[in-house]
Design a protein around this ligand. Structure first.
Ligand SMILES: [Zn+2]
Length: 163
């Protein structure tokens, strides 16, 4: 008796389309038709019949997913980008000394008061951004601390406290 006939073949397709595995299909066919049929026989028959996919899930295998036609998913509103704080080198807080210095008229609150060269010059002041609470920029602040007698330094400090 041939195991594949008008009864077993439709049943094979049916069981396969129901999602049974090859060994399960073989077991059912053995039970229902009292035939000797192995898992490999089922695999071979399915192959010969050209059954490529289970009709239960036609979308998955048979139809290629439309790529172009698919609508873009409505994307969730983007959270505002937060810029990571960039560490700023301490030097950048202070503007460099102005080329040629700053005159008394040009002197602004944030300008370093350090007088470079002769006070009678047109632009004697350093003009770099000064340290908050100090009269001088970092460079000249160091110079101011390192210079003079202790008494002079104290007087400078006292002047700074007043300012
Ligand atoms: Zn300065």
């Amino acid at each position: 008796m041939r195991i594949w006939n008008d009864e077993t073949i439709p049943r094979l397709k049916e069981l396969w389309n129901e999602g049974l595995s090859c060994s399960q299909v073989a077991a059912v066919l053995r039970e229902e038709f009292k035939v000797t049929i192995s898992r490999n026989a089922v695999i071979g028959k399915i192959h010969r019949l050209g059954i490529q996919a289970r009709s239960r899930n036609p979308k998955v295998v048979i139809r290629p997913r439309p790529v172009v036609a698919s609508k873009p998913k409505p994307s969730a509103p983007k959270a505002p980008r937060r810029r990571a704080p960039v560490p700023v080198p301490i030097e950048q807080f202070f503007a460099p000394a102005r080329e040629g210095g700053v005159s008394l008229l040009e002197l602004e609150y944030h300008h370093c008061r350090w007088i470079e060269g002769n006070p009678s010059d047109e632009r004697p002041y350093c003009g770099a951004s000064r340290i908050v609470g100090r009269a001088y920029c970092p460079h000249h602040n160091e110079l101011s601390i390192g210079k003079g007698t202790p008494r002079e330094r104290n007087s400078i400090k006292a002047a700074m406290r007043v300012a």
